[in-house]
Design a binder for this molecule. Sequence first.
Ligand code: C5P
Length: 237
Amino acid sequence: MTAADHIAVALDHASVDDNLDLIRRLKGRAKWLKIGMRLFFAAPERSIEAARDAGANIFLDLKLHDIPETVRGAARSLARFTPELVTIHASGGAAMATAAVEGFREGGSPNTAVIGVTILTSFDPHGLAQVGFALPPAAAALQLAEHTASAPIAGWVCSTAEVGALRARFPSHRLIVPGIRPAGSDPGDQRRIGTPASAIEQGASLLVIGRPIIAAPSPEQAFDDILREVATALEAR
Ligand code: C5P
């Protein structure tokens, strides 16, 4: 595995064409491209085809969350894209997580790794309390992971603040970390942020990076700078 295997670029531009342009610019650099709801709902076939043409792995970040049978059906429908990674909300519970995994298998994509989103990185403790979580973000993320670990999912999405604790508890699951901000960059709407190096040092498998790369004057340069930081952190771990 190289440093590029640990970076997923979030294709979060507002326009489909800007995302397709970004895919072309990052061809040969980005090994993972993350297609979220915005791009997928606007142009599912085109975006996946473009990412495949660029030689990238597909991370479909659709954060599925519904009753188990509905999620099973959604997974069966998505299986035709054979994505490498797909997200569900861990708060949907272990039965829903199992249904997602089974749905991909039934739909013909048994190798799709299903990943549970724990607590969105846009939540701070106050915001989480407002939606009824009694626990602070770190404890809530660990509880969601513990609960869904009984399902055959591949891992979880969590913030830099939780990744160390989750890695200690789950040595071989995939831990995917958004809310990544190189030192000195704008947090935007993210609340629980960390640098690429700190997330990698604490055991992240894959960093999700949007604005620090896609909104940079040169996305190629921003990608390469982060790649170097990740490579150095991997050597130290
Ligand atoms: O621009 P930025 O680097 O903040 O983008 C982060 C990306 O990661 C967005 O596409 C967002 O949807 C996604 N994400 C997140 N928090 C999660 C799961 C996914 O920010 N818990």
